[in-house]
Design a protein around this ligand. Structure first.
Ligand SMILES: O=P(O)(O)OC[C@H]1O[C@H](OP(=O)(O)OP(=O)(O)O)[C@H](O)[C@@H]1O
Ligand SMILES: O=c1cc[nH]c(=O)[nH]1
Ligand SMILES: [Mg+2]
Length: 212
């Protein structure tokens, strides 16, 4: 049986400060986007901790140096539409050579089940580290469905990176995909009766794109 991997929670003053402004219902769409992008940079730092390095020789002003560089071709970000796109630009600022896949998932507001409306992954997924991006891990249905699909495409041991999560969503994802490393900025209290994270930040997609 595969051992469950404990989530990594970013416990950092910058993250806590920025998350507080992100949660604030009075934060504007423009500020919500900017904060999401800034948080994605900090999230990327932890989510990429296990990336592999390859040897890289350079000359410093004092002589030869055997250094290292990221094996950049090996990374693929997978954005769960729509809200995952809010995390994508910051991640690509750090790792511009990464490939990008997109999975469109819609959550039914009544049943909380998800349906897929788009799927587009790079052809050469096997052998790449896949980091799945979505700001919210609520019931875990979306994250689990996305990871099932990218495993079908050949992804091995994907990483799931989010801003907010809840114990219910973490347990669901770990039950269905115990090999996935979850990296999150916060584990919030609970889900409300409508499947929203409490205290949460509301609907991440609507706040990012100003649709409600
Ligand atoms: O863990 P779950 O219960 O599945 O909920 C989380 C999902 O809900 C939101 O997407 P939503 O369906 O609202 O789509 P959107 O990004 O287009 O707003 C969010 O971005 C996650 O994808
Ligand atoms: O709180 C939540 C739960 C799911 N999706 C969101 O955007 N927010
Ligand atoms: Mg939404």
């Amino acid at each position: 049986m595969t051992q469950t991997i404990s989530p990594i929670v970013l416990d950092h003053p910058l993250v806590r400060h920025k998350l507080t402004y992100l949660r604030d219902r009075n934060t504007s769409t423009a500020d919500f986007r900017r904060l999401t992008r800034e948080l994605s940079l900090l999230l990327a730092y932890e989510a990429t901790r296990t990336l592999s390095l390859v040897p890289y020789k350079i000359e410093t002003p004092s002589g030869a140096y055997q250094g290292e560089q990221l094996d950049g071709k090996k990374l693929c970000f997978v954005s769960i539409l729509r809200a995952g796109n809010g995390l994508l630009d910051g991640m690509l600022d750090l790792i511009p050579s990464a490939r990008v896949g997109h999975i469109g998932l819609r959550r039914d507001h009544e049943t909380l089940e998800v349906s897929e409306y788009y799927f587009n992954m790079p052809r050469d997924v096997p052998g790449r580290t896949c980091i799945v991006l979505d700001p919210m891990l609520a019931t875990g249905h979306s994250a689990s469905a996305a990871i099932t699909r990218i495993k079908e495409a050949g992804a091995h041991k994907p990483i799931f990176a989010c801003l907010l999560s809840v114990p219910e969503g973490i347990a669901y994802l770990q039950k269905h995909h115990p090999d996935v490393q979850i990296v999150t900025c916060s584990i919030d209290q609970k889900l409300d009766a409508h499947g929203y994270i409490v205290p949460g930040l509301g609907d991440a997609g609507d706040r990012l794109f100003g649709t409600r």
